[in-house]
Design a protein around this ligand. Structure first.
Ligand SMILES: *Cc1c(COP(=O)(O)O)cnc(C)c1O
Length: 374
């Protein structure tokens, strides 16, 4: 196998106005976060997802960290989140002294099972964090109803859901505070980058301040709160503005790719393919995930090894939070089990899903997947 034949798990498309806008940054000398593309990107993006405020930050993890801090979550508080997610969701919950409380997944949609949330609410619950995972949104109506009933905030991690909607409304428009990532495997990329969006003036002001070390306008080097430097550069925002111009096109392309993979793979035995739709959304196939049936005699790790030897790059599904060494070491989740999430980790992985993927590459990937399951 020639190395140039290897099909990478993700390759972005950067052939719109990216170069033009980056050149503009260089030509004008505006490369820091003070440059004009940052506000342009914040306004255009927050408008696209139907929010009043957008706070651009350096990555999606930082957006989540700031969201937790802005909501005033701290020692003794509890935050409910899915077991099946990225470590970014839980970091600041732990660092601030709050307690993460996990919910298992729905085996069909791969999202958090919203029927399990209410049983986890206690007087200490401050927020429910939802994470739209792999292409379908979380079933938001029940979550919003529970949050309202119990007076808790909703944090919406929409890092995998640019361009996706829930019952016709954009993902990112549901949380008291919602967050995005613009890492290169996301639908809109800035290389590294993230954004917090909200309609709440107070939360927005706090996030702007937290992003910039909580400098004070009047007494710049006197601080009344500890912030971070989470600023996004003008260079990143220039990429973001160019990418955002193509978000609809990208979303359509992902859906077309997802449907094509489903056609190519529907006859392969031993695989659960992504659900095409639910009553509230059509899958946007942010990544094209596969879950091996229990009667397949190898697991996801083995499948990925076989596929790599055939020149196909894959990624494992998330490792559930209750199986993370770094969290167990802290005495978290001892004896807790989330069987759906654990099985998804054991049997799940995703195949090349980047926007630059060609039809010929998809056919080769599908053939490789078919061949390892013969
Ligand atoms: C990518 C991702 C993040 C983290 O974003 P970074 O920009 O890589 O820090 C957070 N949450 C979810 C669901 C993600 O997919």
């Amino acid at each position: 196998m020639q190395r140039s034949d290897f099909i990478a798990v993700n390759e972005p498309l950067l052939d719109g106005n990216e170069k033009k806008y980056l050149t503009e940054c260089l030509d004008t000398g505006w490369i820091s976060s003070e440059g004009p593309f940052v506000q342009r990107f914040e306004q255009a993006f927050s408008t696209r997802v139907g929010r009043k405020w957008g706070v651009a930050v350096c990555n999606g993890t930082a957006a989540l960290d700031a969201a937790i801090e802005a909501l005033g979550i701290g020692p003794g508080d509890e935050v409910i989140l899915p077991a099946f997610t990225i470590i970014s969701c839980i970091g600041q919950i732990i660092r601030c002294g709050a307690r993460p409380v996990l919910v298992d997944s729905d085996a069909r949609t791969w999202n958090m099972d919203v029927n399990q949330i209410e049983a986890k609410i206690t007087p200490r619950t401050k927020a429910i964090m939802v994470v739209h995972t792999y292409g379908l949104p979380v079933d938001m109506d029940p979550v919003l109803a529970i949050a309202k009933r119990h007076g808790v905030a909703v944090i919406e991690d929409a890092a995998e859901a640019h361009g996706q909607t829930y019952r016709g409304h954009p993902c990112g428009s549901f949380g008291d505070i919602s967050t995005f990532s613009f890492y290169p495997n996301k639908l809109v990329t800035t290389g590294e980058g993230g954004m917090i969006v909200t309609n709440d003036d107070g939360l927005a002001a706090t996030c702007y301040s937290l992003r910039n070390l909580c400098f004070q306008p009047q007494r710049r080097f006197v601080h009344e709160r500890l912030g971070w430097n989470l600023r996004m550069t003008n260079l990143q925002a220039a990429l973001g503005v160019a990418q955002l111009e193509r978000m609809d096109e990208f979303a359509t392309r992902k859906r077309t790719m997802g449907k094509r993979y489903t056609e190519l793979l529907s006859d392969v035995a031993g695989l659960q393919l992504p659900l095409a739709q639910t009553e509230y959304a059509d899958n946007i196939y942010w990544v094209y995930g596969l879950v091996l049936a229990d009667d397949v005699d190898f697991d996801a790790a083995e499948a990925m090894k076989k596929l790599a030897s055939l020149g196909v790059g894959c990624r494992p599904f998330f490792c559930p939070m209750n199986q993370q060494p770094v969290l167990l070491e802290r005495g978290l989740f001892a004896g807790e089990s989330y069987p759906v999430a654990e099985r998804m980790y054991r049997n799940g992985f995703y195949i090349p899903s980047g926007l630059a993927l060609t039809e010929a590459q998809m056919t080769r990937v599908a053939e490789a997947v078919g061949s390892i399951l013969k």
